[in-house]
Design a protein around this ligand. Sequence first.
Ligand SMILES: Nc1nc2c(c(=O)[nH]1)N=C([C@H](O)[C@@H](O)CO)CN2
Length: 118
Amino acid sequence: MDIIFLNEFRAETIIGVYPWEREVPQTIQLDLEIGLPHSRAGTTDDVADTIDYGKVVERIQQVLGEKHFSLVEALAEHLAQLVMTEFGAPWIKISITKLGLIRGVKRLGITIERGAKS
Ligand SMILES: Nc1nc2c(c(=O)[nH]1)N=C([C@H](O)[C@@H](O)CO)CN2
């Protein structure tokens, strides 16, 4: 399977379980590996034959501006389902990282994998 990756994609969103987190946007980091349904683009050299990673970034930024989750688990699940259904990815691995939120912990978050990797 061919895999597109997006590393250290940083964006602002409202996320968290505490009242202050419902008011103040936080910078989160997203790391994605997105399986492609086929490897055609390697020979056709045509963006129509792959998943356009620019469009994935735009769509995720839109979601982060519009939807507010409590848990990193829920955000990861939502984005995983979105990329699979809207972009036709058969498999995705996504990590959501909160940065420097808890004293003594540099990064914390979740990694999930959905779909089938061939
Ligand atoms: N498993 C999780 N635990 C916690 C989460 C979370 O998203 N998943 N979130 C919080 C708070 O929002 C935290 O980020 C603030 O310190 C606590 N635990």
